[in-house]
Design a protein around this ligand. Structure first.
Ligand code: UDP
Ligand code: MG
Length: 333
């Protein structure tokens, strides 16, 4: 039997057995972390059985090329609470986590990194908070062990910005160690590199978020997959999230508003120039204001049209996918 068949078989047999009763699913994205895997298993195994509830660990091999998969298989062979999903190529951390969420059977889902930077010893604290009734519990690396200038500083700014813009005030969006109720995590869709902003993305449906301080260790084996170049992508991600949260249901309200403002200013300038031309005999060809006014009218029309298109797309999306525009906590009949 080749490796792939082995996994498929493992998955199909586990699925039926576990579906009802799994309490905790731990989802771990793994990309070229060969040397970390055996320690990761050891660390997890020191804590998960102690929780005393049925658990599963879903290891998502995101197209590793350093022999990580073999290490993962070894764990699966030792302990069938550990499941493996193997990607065909490197898709990125967000798709890896997304695949884990899709396969997870637990009532509670916890994510953590495979590189030993997060500490599984913190898992019980997160679970405690979930039991208090929170939908998401975010780890806060108060003693973060990463480079100061290229990682910690940009991350501080991004955290501040996204907390301001979305109203979900947590300190450490970037910490992978977080717990979610399956109800919440199964109701959001993740694209791009959105795994970092799940609490903000999920806030559309109304959630209670708690934060707990967690341990953080420096990386001992392997390399970080991210560097300073991430900063620009983060800025674009934040714009997307703000748009999705505030305007995705009413795009005309933002495009139309900016369009109306620019168009109106352009129109007023044009009227002024026409009056000057007709009654005060002023030449238009030498006035940059003339070009500007035409430009602004154009942009105004463009933006309003874009808003109308976005409205149509949004409506088509909800109508064709059957995705509701609301989220229900409970129905009392
Ligand atoms: N990772 C992944 N796919 C990628 C990049 C990273 O699955 O394309 C995994 C990686 O193996 C690790 C986690 O995501 O378990 C976090 O990555 P990393 O430690 O490089 O990020 P950092 O801690 O430096 O932010
Ligand atoms: Mg790391």
């Amino acid at each position: 039997m080749n490796d792939k068949n082995k996994i498929m078989k493992a998955e199909s047999t586990n699925k039926y057995k576990d579906k009802e009763s799994v309490y905790l699913s731990v989802v771990i994205p793994v990309y070229n972390e060969k040397q970390n895997i055996s320690y990761l298993y050891e660390n997890l195994n020191n804590i998960l059985p102690q929780i005393g509830k049925k658990y599963e660990v879903i290891l998502v091999d995101d197209g590793s090329i350093d022999g990580t998969f073999k290490e993962l298989l070894k764990i699966h062979e030792q302990n069938n609470n550990y499941k493996i999903i193997r990607f065909r190529k490197n898709f990125g951390q967000t798709p890896a986590m997304s695949a884990g969420f899709d396969y997870a059977n637990g009532e509670v889902i916890i994510t953590l990194d495979a590189d030993l930077q997060n500490d599984p010893q913190d898992i019980p604290v997160l679970l405690e908070k979930i039991n208090e009734g929170y939908d998401i519990v975010s780890g806060w690396r108060i003693n973060r062990q990463d480079k100061a200038i290229s990682r910690k500083l940009p991350s501080k700014i991004a955290n501040w910005l996204i907390a301001r813009l979305t109203g979900v005030k947590i300190h450490d969006y970037g910490c992978t160690l977080k717990a979610y109720t399956s109800d919440v995590i199964k109701n959001i869709e993740l694209f791009g590199e959105m795994h970092r902003y799940i609490p903000a993305v999920a806030s559309w449906m109304g959630i209670n978020v708690a934060e707990v301080p967690v341990h953080h260790h420096s990386r001992k084996f392997g390399k970080s997959k991210y560097g300073i170049s991430r900063t620009i992508r983060v800025i674009l991600d934040i714009i997307t999230i703000k748009y999705l949260l505030s305007y995705s249901q009413k795009p005309i309200q933002i495009f139309g508003l900016i369009g109306l403002i620019t168009g109106t200013i352009g129109f007023i300038i044009t009227v002024y120039l026409i009056i000057m031309r007709l009654f005060f005999n002023m030449a238009l060809s030498s006035r940059p204001l003339f070009t500007l006014s035409i430009f602004m009218i154009f942009i105004g029309v463009q933006l309003i049209t874009m808003g109308i298109l976005a409205e149509l797309i949004m409506r088509t999306y909800h109508a064709s996918s059957g995705k509701p525009t609301y989220a229900i906590r409970e129905i009392i009949d």
